[in-house]
Design a protein around this ligand. Structure first.
Ligand code: SF4
Ligand code: SF4
Ligand code: SF4
Length: 262
């Protein structure tokens, strides 16, 4: 019997699921070996009986926590799909401020009634990555995920193997591609801390890596800062860039600082 696979989404743009929906001819190979029993983006069927759950998106509300716990209970294996699920996504940045501050910043024209203190939606936001709520067995990192990496992960799971997700930095792939390092032309890059596996696609096309795949297991942050300082990069810019996808690595430190300042 083929393993049953289900896809779920929480706070996200659904771009990671779209990557899978766009597998084209490879989807036939995937369907040969698994039964997809729930995937809202491509089918109407739904099921609570599945072996592997792929979950996209960050956890926002108590109702989401309840739902992800139920998914976890039903699944033998749970995979966090993409940066929103793995890291809490860009939306995790909002945890630094109150919802009212976030709304005022994003929608400066919002009426005073909408942003009144009595609005129940103005509790402090608490965007969470999946593993802050439930046990996550494997991650498929990236924003969006890589289609090929998804196929390899499915294959590994079906063969009872641990999926192999690189745990070395994007710089390794960047050097292999013989790119000129962006630091040497005055740009900023998270490559030294970022988990590889994307083929260093951003620096290869001249764009700064934002570490959408998260950090390697043992990032050398101090060494990274030293390099940034060596190239005369502005510390505020550094901090801003460092948290685009990776605020979860700083959240605890920020909370501790706030507690100390009280
Ligand atoms: S990780 Fe990126 S592509 Fe995937 S759901 Fe989140 S925002 Fe969309
Ligand atoms: S451009 Fe970025 S990823 Fe490439 S070598 Fe330099 S720091 Fe590393
Ligand atoms: S280069 Fe960096 S930002 Fe770009 S896909 Fe790779 S990890 Fe993500």
């Amino acid at each position: 019997m083929k393993p049953k696979v289900a896809f779920f989404d929480f706070a996200s743009c659904e771009g990671c699921q779209l990557q899978i929906a766009n597998l084209e001819e490879q989807i036939i190979d995937v369907l040969d070996v698994v039964d997809i029993v729930a995937f809202r983006e491509i089918m109407t069927d739904d099921s609570e009986s599945y072996d592997i759950a792929f979950v996209e998106g960050s956890i926002t509300r108590p109702i989401d926590e309840k739902r992800i716990k139920k998914i976890r209970k039903n699944a033998k294996i749970l995979v966090a799909l993409g940066a929103c699920a793995h890291l809490g996504g860009v939306q995790k940045l909002g945890n630094q401020w109150t919802s009212k501050e976030n709304l005022k910043h994003v929608y400066p024209q919002a009426s005073s009634m909408v942003i009144s203190d009595s609005n129940p939606f103005f509790e402090k936001p608490k965007q969470k990555a999946l593993d802050e709520v439930v046990k996550v067995d494997f991650i498929l990192p990236g924003c969006p995920i890589d289609k090929g990496e998804f196929v390899k992960l499915v294959s590994a799971l079906l063969h009872g193997k641990k999926p192999s997700i690189p745990d070395y930095s994007v710089c390794v792939e960047c050097k292999k591609a013989e790119n000129e390092c962006l630091f040497t032309i005055g740009k900023f890059c998270m490559g030294p801390l970022a988990r590889a596996g994307c083929g260093a696609i951003c620096p290869t096309y001249g764009n700064e890596c934002e570490a959408c795949r998260g950090y390697v297991s043992h990032p050398h942050e101090n060494a990274h800062f030293a390099v940034l300082e060596k190239y005369g990069l502005d510390p505020d810019e550094i901090l801003h860039r460092k948290t685009m996808f990776t605020y979860r690595y700083h959240e605890k430190k920020d909370q501790n600082k706030k507690e100390e300042a009280k």
